[in-house]
Design a protein around this ligand. Structure first.
Ligand code: ATP
Ligand code: MG
Length: 440
């Protein structure tokens, strides 16, 4: 087959046979978020470009190299600075939506979560796509380290529910604008001395935001960064205390962590706590989850001074980890009944019975291909129907048919008129129960 159009480089299709994996992750994400009091928020796939420039940060890789601009005439208010961009992450859109919808006037803290697609123009490889998906959570209004611990606990609790093991938690504090000023100066002095060896991008970062150099993926720059001053030595009293309390809270919840002073995160808006969950077995793209506190961002986007924090995890990387570790996914639902029919009158009966059962919530299938009886039964087998039923002239005449349990081969007579739904329902539910007991 010579396809005229192929999917864009770095994107994936989710085919129906893989859907149960995504549904597992999405369902458990929603359930976990609810347990921690987070409610779902949805916001547009694209936003005005300036939202990302001002929040994610002009000097970040995401804004400088990875953003997908969208062709657009103008913005609603006519001030088209630089058009629209497909969201590269979810925090900026969440903060914008939280402000625009007045959520900060409601009971604090406000806790929201999202499951979204994100777009970054990166070099595709395993675990790195141009369209990928995130489960993210954001909390507004609390400056307490207990909030940081709660968010970390939720991320960890979610991965535990998925059955993922061997994921390490790294935490760090990158301080506040007060302590960071001194740190920036020390960092700048350190890199200034080694400037000639830095990559061109990092040379540019030296003035704008020297902390970004610590995040550079070039081996030369990260080699130089190895011995750079660490932020933890520069924290002010408030930030230091916040970090100590966070560690205490994590210990109280029995959550293991390591302090890694090299974690600075790729986005500009973070303050104080930053953290990453790193898997040991999915190769180079091993950071499953990243997050932290961003106490200045709400104000930076025109809202009231509001402490806030959040995390985001990559669903592709989560699913990859689950596959590698042989974790269980929630199995797909199976078809309850396939009704095979012979002849036109029987086919009509199949239609009306199916309608009746579907209205009661059962998954019922019948022939749509004009197949003979043998081929119909083969199809019933292929789709894994739990029960089948054959309707022909005899069954029409008797107003009833045998219900065949496809797993055990047992045949149970079932009348079409007298208590049809109730009897069918009892048989199907009874079979599900005995099947479950057999599997225990
Ligand atoms: P990385 O260092 O891997 O580039 P990042 O710091 O850019 O990650 P974040 O912006 O913190 O990532 O996004 C949170 C999570 O989203 C990451 O930990 C990862 O699981 C996932 N993620 C980020 N970019 C991609 C991508 N291009 N493809 C797939 N997943 C991604
Ligand atoms: Mg990145």
């Amino acid at each position: 087959m010579d396809l005229i159009v192929k999917r864009p480089y770095g994107t994936r299709d989710m085919v129906p046979a893989q859907a149960y994996k995504w549904h597992t992750v999405e369902k458990l994400a929603m359930e976990t978020a609810e347990q921690y009091g987070f409610k779902e928020i949805r916001f547009p796939t694209f936003e005005e470009t300036k939202l990302f420039k001002r929040s994610v940060g002009d000097a970040t890789d995401v804004v400088q190299k990875e953003m997908y601009g969208v062709f657009a005439q103008s913005t609603e208010n006519g001030k088209d600075e630089d058009g629209f961009t497909l969201r590269p992450e979810g925090t900026a859109g969440t903060v914008r939506a939280v402000l625009e919808n007045g959520l900060l006037n409601e009971a604090m803290p406000q806790k929201v979560y999202y499951i979204i697609s994100c777009f970054r123009h990166e070099r595709p490889q395993a675990g790195r796509l141009r369209e990928f998906h995130q489960f993210g959570a954001e909390m507004f209004g609390s400056d307490s380290p207990a909030a940081d611990a709660e968010l970390i606990a939720m991320a960890k609790g979610f991965m535990d529910r998925l059955g993922i093991s061997g994921v390490e938690l790294f935490i760090n504090s990158i301080g506040c604008p007060v302590c960071r000023k001194q740190y920036h100066a020390a960092l700048k002095a350190y890199f200034e001395e080694r400037k000639d060896n830095l990559c061109d991008t990092c040379k540019g970062r030296l003035d704008k935001n020297p902390m970004r150099i610590l995040d550079c993926k070039s081996p030369v720059c990260s080699g130089i960064a190895k011995d750079a001053p660490v932020i933890l030595d520069f924290l002010c009293d408030e930030c230091r205390e916040h970090f100590e309390k966070l560690k205490e809270n994590l210990s109280v919840m029995g959550i293991e962590y390591s302090v890694n002073p090299k974690i600075v995160r790729g986005l500009d808006y973070y303050t104080k706590t930053v953290f990453e969950f790193v898997a040991s077995d999915i190769g180079a793209q091993s950071t499953i989850c990243g997050g932290g506190r961003y106490d200045g961002l709400v104000e930076q986007l025109g809202g009231p001074k509001t402490p806030a924090l959040g995390f985001a995890m990559g669903l592709e990387r989560l699913i990859m980890t689950m596959e590698n570790q042989g974790c269980d996914f929630i199995p797909e639902k199976k078809c309850d009944l396939y009704i095979a029919s012979m002849g036109e009158a029987a086919a009509k009966k199949a239609l009306s019975l199916a309608k009746e059962l579907r209205d009661e919530g059962f998954w019922v299938e019948y022939d749509l291909m004009g197949r003979g009886l043998k081929a119909q039964m083969k199809y019933a087998d292929k789709i894994g129907a739990a029960f089948s039923m054959v309707i022909g002239d005899n069954e029409l005449e008797n107003n009833g048919a045998n219900l065949k349990n496809m797993r055990t081969g047992e045949q149970i007579p079932l009348r079409f008129d007298d208590g049809f739904i109730e009897n069918f329902s009892n048989i199907v539910v009874g079979d599900m129960f005995s099947d479950t007991m057999n599997n225990i």
